[in-house]
Design a binder for this molecule. Structure first.
Ligand code: ADP
Length: 186
């Protein structure tokens, strides 16, 4: 499964709850990058500048990270990608990885939310979590990059017949319930 949505749409939160219920790994590229940054690894050093500016980490880096992660044993019975793919090129890279590993995509969940609610949520998260990429300028940049590069992905998966749009407005539980209904219908 894949979960798509704008920055602040609640992807990470919903992904976590869903993965716990389904007992499958949540593969969040953003979280993997942040862990590497705080551990000071080479990958972290490579990624940090891009993330701090609200830009995407280059595809080659992200693609190989996902490829390695999907090689791990715990993904055998399913997994949820959260924050990947984010570009059309990553869609192609993912197709190859999945083909090679004998996986197929069952469902792509898109969390749909209004722009205004998003910026508000992200600014609030900035206060709580203190993420370096949650300042107002960087948030604005991440929104632009999302609209330019990631939003087009929903069409691709819609054309493949596996996209489900979920209204992201409501409590965490309400949104989770919508997602669960959609997943069960597959
Ligand atoms: P959010 O969903 O709140 O925008 P994430 O935690 O998913 O944030 O990602 C944070 C940052 O990590 C992104 O702004 C980007 O710089 C980097 N990143 C995460 N996933 C990818 C990806 N698939 N491709 C390129 N960069 C990525």
């Amino acid at each position: 499964m894949i979960i798509l949505g704008a920055p602040g749409a609640g992807k990470g939160t919903q992904a976590k709850v869903l993965c716990e219920k389904l007992d499958i790994p949540q593969i969040s590229t953003g979280a993997i990058f942040r862990a590497n940054i705080s551990e000071g690894t080479d990958l972290g050093k490579l990624a940090q500048g891009y993330i701090d500016r609200g830009e995407f980490v280059p595809d080659e880096i992200t693609d190989s990270l996902v490829k390695d992660r999907l090689h791990q044993e715990d993904t055998r019975d399913g997994f949820l990608l959260d924050g990947y793919p984010r570009t059309l090129a990553q869609v192609g890279a993912l197709d190859e990885i999945l083909l090679e590993q004998g996986h197929t995509l069952d469902i792509v969940i898109e969390l749909v939310t209004e722009r205004e609610a998003l910026v508000e949520r992200l600014l609030k998260r900035a206060e709580i979590e203190g993420r370096a990429d949650d300042t107002e300028d960087v948030i604005r940049r991440r929104m632009e990059v999302y609209l330019e590069q990631t939003k087009p992905l929903s069409r691709v998966y819609e054309q493949r017949g596996i996209l489900v749009e979920i209204d992201g407005l409501g409590t965490i539980e309400e949104v989770q319930e919508r997602i669960r209904e959609a997943v069960q219908g597959r």
